[in-house]
Write a protein that binds this ligand. Sequence first.
Ligand SMILES: *Cc1c(COP(=O)(O)O)cnc(C)c1O
Length: 356
Amino acid sequence: MKLFTIGHCEMFDEVKFARQKNIPYFRTQEFSDLMLQTDSMLKKFASTDISSKTIYLTASGTAAMEAVVINCFGTEDNLLVINGGTFGQRFADICKVHGIIFSEIKLRHDEELTAKHFAKFENKNFSGLLVNLHETSTGQLYDLNLISNFCREKNIYLIVDAISSFLCDNLEMDKFKIDALITSSQKGVCCSPGMSIVLLNQKIIADRVLKSNVKSLYFDFKDYIKNFQRGQTPFTPAVGICIEINAALHRIEKIGLAQHLKSIETNALDFRKKIKNLPVTMPNFKLSNAITPILFEQNIAYKIFEILKNDYQIVVNPTGGELHEKSLRVSHIGNLTPIDNTILINHISEILNKLS
Ligand SMILES: *Cc1c(COP(=O)(O)O)cnc(C)c1O
């Protein structure tokens, strides 16, 4: 089975090997040391100062999104949500559940986020902006400069769900004044699903997190910050995934972050060039290196997904919602190469011939 999926992905051998070993007991100095080592690699790859703090949550990405919102904001706040698809909608839903007032920049699936979308909010007051840097449901990679400048001018917190762009696209937390950065084990870092990681800068910790009155025991970040001073989490973490993450980051450390990103970009550009020979289209906006959405003329996308899976043992991402029958999304992260792209595209071509 070959996975061209994002979340989770085709894992690297180094990570698979790390998970095959016995899972150690974790309230030990050895496990603390492993976590602290993970932490320093993570902060380096996120280009954030060592004074930033990390929250290691045993939960899926959505839990981390919700936890950030409830630890940093409350009913007295007013947020701006970039809602360009399934994951933007999730931020909006989280605000609704917790009674937090918000406005939305709502985008169609093929609409690019531009400065004009921000213009009408020029004179409105917000306390924070929530964005999924790569809206994985459409493939759009938003212009972080544009978003960051808006937040800087208005002096508001910038919360970035980078779950499908951290370690896939170039991303510098401090340079773009990101106050909270959310990632998850099954996406960019290419490990098993089950852990999410939140990086918080000094400012949001001091002014928001430490002053918050979170109505949650498990998701109260104060506890995580205190425990991590010694490399521990307040509750039992998914120890096996922590070990995978350490191995995955070591792999990037060994080849270098720039080279790691370059090879994903090479895979993505190679796929986008080769797929042009087939009767499919791609969106016009800027895409993340992590995936390429392809649109078919006819309503055959899900059928192709099933044939690839059942007849060729290849899995790509189907698309939810209105594009279910029209679009597939192909991932370029994890243990994939341009040769794999050729194989996949040849199979799609064969299937298209058979279907026509
Ligand atoms: C995958 C993903 C999530 C998290 O989804 P979970 O299923 O809760 O892990 C959140 N945001 C983005 C942008 C994602 O791609």
